[in-house]
Design a binder for this molecule. Structure first.
Ligand SMILES: [Zn+2]
Length: 414
């Protein structure tokens, strides 16, 4: 029995027209438009032999009970960033829906293992700055103490926004109960980057999500008059930072998939007539391999000290945030690659730079893999985000194959 690809495409277009304006998708979590998207999705579930509930963190669970309680979870997120794209998250939820529907039909409402569909709450963290909210509650990596005081641009507290959606921040950790019997998690997502398009490939099996080291780096020199201070007497903090901005590129390029970005640079006093006395930079480094990430971090530190010394400055580092890489399950990566090869002929494996709910699920010990479909121009979080319809069809077909393979894999693993 084949999956209803056309229905998925139609539904993607339907939810886009329901929740987007001229600037793009507006399904920001904990807002009326997001609730509208979720209510729309509930309507689609009617007629299926399923149970539905929201968990303690607001994640939406749809369960098709199988002969075994061992559970295959399929999911993604309906929420979007403001002025977002039509596919980020929605593709994974709607693909999961048509796959679950196919399985329900094929097995007459009773598949060999239990199938659950999850729409994670607030993947994007767009309004309160807390990404992966629902999936981290599920995984037990949630942070109530830090999150309680978060506010949006209008001063509304996260805690209060949750309450309007029936979620109490105190009890979000109860979402961990949903992990019972979970045997595998699969997520289909747009790549949100240019790699598959550059290779001319529609689909790829995702190896895992890259770890991140994010730091603030401050160079201290000496403010001085730009006219009276001879070149050799300067302690120019910007000069040291500029050297580092260039040096992080060859540091990253030693490794095939590593990235390093200096995304922000502020100079003080920041006027045209003064040598820069203080320069504040940020560094974001990512790789799938924890060892590579650690060596890029120490190489960047070493270079920053060298450049500070060359320019008569000092340098200090402070960590803004970090997260460990999360490699996905090797056997599920193989199954995903098989499904991709059987659907489009050519397999490919790639790491994910962006974080995803799948990383939290994997971190909680549940075997996990993601499938990526090509993003046109590599653009996402924007109204021009798009994927060729032919590629969307191939993605849904391959994801359905992956679900079947994973059901067999779960059944074969006691
Ligand atoms: Zn997403």
């Amino acid at each position: 029995m084949s999956v209803d690809v056309q229905l998925a495409i139609d539904q993607l277009k339907e939810v886009r027209s329901l929740t987007a304006d001229e600037n793009g998708a507006q399904r920001i979590a904990w807002t009326p438009t997001w609730l509208k998207a979720r209510a729309w999705f509930q309507e689609k579930l009617k007629g299926l032999p399923i149970e539905h509930h929201l968990d303690a963190a607001g994640n939406s669970w749809t369960t098709l009970a199988g002969a075994s309680p061992k559970t295959l979870i399929l999911g993604s997120h309906l929420d979007s960033v403001p002025n977002g794209g039509w596919l980020d998250g929605a593709l994974g939820v709607i693909a999961a829906f048509v796959v679950l529907s196919r399985i329900a039909k094929e097995f007459d409402g009773k598949p060999p293992v239990t199938i659950r569909l999850v729409d994670w709450a607030d993947e994007e963290g767009a309004r309160f700055g807390r990404s992966l909210f629902g999936s981290s509650a599920f995984a037990g990596t949630h942070t109530i103490q830090q999150d309680r005081g978060r506010t949006d641009a209008n001063g509304i507290r996260l805690e209060d926004a949750l309450a309007t959606c029936g979620v109490s921040i105190e009890s979000i950790g109860d979402a961990q109960r949903e992990r019972d019997y979970a045997a595998a998690y699969l997520e289909l997502h747009i790549e949100q980057g240019p790699v598959l398009e550059k290779l001319g490939l529609p689909l790829g099996a995702v190896l895992g999500t890259k770890g991140v080291e994010r730091h603030a780096i401050t160079f201290h020199g000496q403010e001085a008059h730009s006219g009276s201070t001879p070149m050799r007497a300067r302690r120019d903090a910007l000069a040291a930072a500029a050297k580092l901005a260039l040096a992080i590129r060859p540091i990253a390029m030693q490794y095939s998939d590593a990235v390093c970005t200096m995304g922000s640079l502020k100079t003080f006093p920041g006027i045209v007539t003064a040598v820069v006395g203080r320069c504040e930079a940020t560094l974001d480094q990512r790789d799938l391999d924890a060892g590579i990430l650690a060596s890029m971090y120490s190489e960047a530190q070493q270079k920053s000290r060298q450049f500070a010394e060359e320019e008569g400055c000092t340098v200090e580092w402070s960590r803004i945030w970090n997260i460990a890489p999360e490699p996905f399950h090797p056997e599920l990566i193989n199954l995903c690659e098989e499904a991709v090869r059987e659907t489009v002929g050519q397999p490919h494996r790639l790491p994910s730079g962006p974080l995803h709910d799948a990383a939290e699920v994997s971190r909680s010990g549940i075997p996990t893999v993601m499938m990526f479909v090509q993003s046109l121009k590599g653009i996402s979080h924007n109204k021009i985000e798009d994927t060729r319809e032919e590629h969307l069809r191939q993605a849904i077909t391959a994801f359905d194959r992956l679900a079947s393979k994973t059901i067999e894999w779960i059944a074969a693993h006691p």
